[in-house]
Write a protein that binds this ligand. Structure first.
Ligand SMILES: N[C@@H](CCOP(=O)(O)O)C(=O)O
Length: 497
């Protein structure tokens, strides 16, 4: 199976090449030329496998230039019990009848990004070999908090790679920052920017198409790649957990084969919910995809307005920082898929987005989107109320992003009366957002470091995840802060890592 750029489908390459390069030279995102189908028999067979087996199977259907043995080996390493706190890699917790929380944060950095970023280093290093790439792969990462640490952890000291992470200096939680600036490894660099996630992501995308930077890196034996969800190798592993959740529901007798479920996803860069869309297109009976946003509700407006995307609005710094995003990159892939691979249309819409910050999707294209997606958002006050309510009434401790999704789902159910069993993606441990969770539960935040972990533990009795407890006493290694206008110049730093 080949991969084509969303902006020019004549650019057609293998999965390995798509993973090794991360983003197409025309700035487009690589998409598979077809979507493999799962029959009921296939799903029944997946039900008998563990998470590793399911992941290797799903990846194998997309990454046809990888062998089953390779993918099984990668999955065994990526999802080893010791990395994910046991054999239940992605636990599905029943919140109440018909509502399930898919906890995707039991990996080494306590966010859902581990589900893909423990796998990506294996896929990427194999892809470099398969494509005969001799140069060092420099992985550029823009983060609003979670991807950065997960990518650093995944790629630390991985041979043939270097990694540089950019995060908004005032746009991540205390614990997220601590996780990144204390990262070990000789091939890592972390850079705070005076700006927001969109500034970082746009600058990183610019570097990928900047001929001068590419030439300079090439002269030093380096080439670029990405660990954001713009890289297909980041997105593909995320499809597996939606298929796996459906299998878990079948195995537990919560549903019967063929029964529909909904999926609700806290959304920023649109990668996680797009992975659920791929699972749906593969044949998992997903009815509605509910896209949950915080006050940066550009996606809610897109769905509710009938397809007008308009990022010309204030950028809000919220208590769910990983979703503080106004340019949701992966929407580009959705537009490409639902328009029947209309590269010219996508290229034109992305040009409009770049030049005016806005575009409107043709009515027939939006019709397909509108029938499958719902959008909703909530503000910080409602997020905190939801955290308190979940803890008081259900004894469930949710992080700020998961709480946004729970609130948006509750609103959706009330508005529509739709009681289809629903899986809510839980994207991070509440301990990554201690200040907000403590204050949501009525506590007074005391301290500003790892003591916050103890405070939340003392208030709730919930265990502190071991990787976060291990932050205590670690000395920060990175203190570089730059203006957003200077991100392009940081390419020179790659030679010094
Ligand atoms: N929410 C992300 C932003 C980047 O998204 P990605 O899925 O494209 O990596 C973060 O936490 O960094």
């Amino acid at each position: 199976m080949n991969y084509v750029s969303t902006r020019d489908k004549k650019l057609s390459i293998s999965a390995a090449k798509a993973i090794a390069t991360g983003i197409a030279p025309d700035g487009g995102l690589y998409c598979p030329t077809e979507i493999p189908q799962l029959t009921a028999e296939d799903i029944a067979a997946l039900c008998k496998k563990n998470y590793r087996g399911r992941s290797a199977d799903i990846l194998g259907r997309f990454l046809t230039d990888f062998t089953a043995e390779e993918l099984e080996q990668f999955a065994a390493r990526a999802y080893a019990d010791e990395k994910f706190g046991g054999s239940d890699t992605a636990p599905l917790v029943k919140l109440e009848d018909g509502t399930y929380i898919l906890e995707l944060w039991h990996g080494p950095t306590c966010a859902f990004k581990d589900m893909a970023l423990q796998m990506l280093p294996h896929l990427l290093t194999a892809s470099l070999k398969k494509t005969g790439e001799q140069r060092t792969a420099c992985i550029l990462v823009a983060t609003s908090g979670d991807t950065g640490k997960a990518a650093l952890d995944g790629f630390a000291d991985v041979e043939g790679t270097k990694i540089m992470v950019y995060y908004p200096v005032d746009g991540v939680s205390t614990i997220q920052k601590l996780q990144m600036v204390t990262q070990r490894g000789n091939n890592v660099q972390v850079c705070a920017i005076r700006g927001n996630f969109d500034d970082a992501q746009s600058a990183v995308k610019k570097i990928f198409t900047d001929k001068d930077s590419i030439r300079k890196l090439d002269e030093q034996g380096m080439t670029l790649s990405s660990a954001n969800s713009i890289n297909w190798g980041r997105l593909a592993p995320q499809i597996a957990y939606y298929v796996s959740a459906y299998c878990d529901m079948l195995n537990r007798g919560d549903i019967q084969m063929g029964d529909a479920i909904n999926v609700c996803v806290p959304t920023g860069n649109f990668g996680n919910i797009l992975a659920a869309y791929f699972a749906k297109q593969m044949g998992v009976p997903i009815a509605k995809l509910i896209c949950a946003s915080n006050e940066n509700n550009v996606l809610t407006d897109f769905f509710r307005s009938g397809g007008t995307y308009d990022r010309n609005r204030p950028f809000h710094t919220t208590i769910s920082p990983s979703m503080d995003i106004l340019i949701s990159s992966n929407l580009e892939r959705l537009l490409f898929l639902v328009s029947g691979y209309n590269d010219a249309m996508v290229a034109d819409l992305m040009k409009q987005l770049n030049e005016t910050g806005k575009y409107s999707v043709p009515a027939d294209v939006f019709e397909t989107i509108g029938s499958q997606f719902e959008g909703g958002f909530c503000d910080d006050v409602q997020t905190k109320q939801t955290i308190a309510q979940l803890f008081d009434e259900k004894k469930y401790l949710a992080d700020t992003h998961t709480a946004v999704a729970v609130k948006v789902y509750e609103d959706y159910r009330e508005r529509t009366g739709d009681t289809t069993p629903t899986v809510i993606a839980s994207t991070a441990s509440p301990f990554k957002f201690c200040q907000s969770v403590i204050s949501a539960l009525g506590g007074t935040v005391s301290g500003d470091g790892t003591e916050l972990l103890d405070q939340l533990h003392d208030m709730t009795g919930a265990p502190i995840p071991a990787p976060l407890a291990a932050l205590s006493g670690l000395k920060p290694r990175f203190d570089l802060v730059i203006d957003r206008e200077n991100i392009l110049n940081t390419v020179d730093l790659l030679g010094q890592i």
